[in-house]
Design a protein around this ligand. Sequence first.
Ligand code: GLY
Length: 326
Amino acid sequence: MENRRNFLKKSALGTLGVSTVMSCDTLNKTSSEAVFPRIISTWNHGLDANKKAWEVLKNGQGGLSAVEEGVKVTEADPNVRSVGLGGYPDREGIVTLDACIMDKNSNCGSVSYLQNIKHPISVARHVMEDTPHVMLSGSGALDFAISKGFKQENLLTEASKNDWIKWKEKSDYKPKINIENHDTISMLLIDENRDLYGACTTSGAAWKMHGRVGDSPIIGAGLFLDNEVGAAAATGLGEAIIKTSGSAMVVELMRQGHSPLEACKTIVDRISKIHMNSPEWEYLQVGFIALNKNGEYAGYSLRKGFNFSLQDEINKDLLIDAKFQI
Ligand code: GLY
């Protein structure tokens, strides 16, 4: 208790207000402090998600429920146009959802190309807990969700429908995933026992081809964790993340002794090298967050604009600008 009090006194961050924004540089010292529990999530929509996850964790419901309930906040928010309700549709005007969840024992569940269900992350958890499989897709995932009591609803809001109608005028597919379109919510959590949990959910790239599945439901691409090492999750253009097994590689680099920042940067550099001379280079954005077994964390992206949210006992509602390559 005494140690903790001293730490709080020493830490200037202890007095920061709501939704403070800091750069990753400023936080290097803090990120190396072992503070448990700790939660990080992609983008600023992670702030509300983290808050909910924290509440669930503090209520004693455990890390898995914390990450599930946390990202459900974003899934239910019609103003987040890249996740769940209100997400941008594919080019046929249909909202399709991808999500996955993983626990400290490497159990995982996932759904892809799921329609009309507001909380794909909860369906993914049911896949993990109630089936012998890891992944269900499309109509099979929907049938399974209905069998578990999920209700079907229309997820295409008027705002997203209007944007889709406008997009169709030119039908130009250049998915800008950055400040304009925040993309996936990915959440990583380490609890007071230093056990790791993760969740990832999205409506995918706006105006994608019907049937397209991104990185977010793919264990190892959108999300990966190894409870002995750490956890990582991705945001950005799914195809680029899948091609490098991005999140799994970040975790493997941490296993080899790299810091979360070095690990994220190495994989972003690898992605950048692959795509540098390709047509998608002009709009490509990818970013990773990582959290290791010591509670150290980082975020890194290809382009400026990516940020991530942090919540622990010291930092409430902290939004951090990730370091970037270009
Ligand atoms: N990262 C989300 C997607 O590409 O679908």
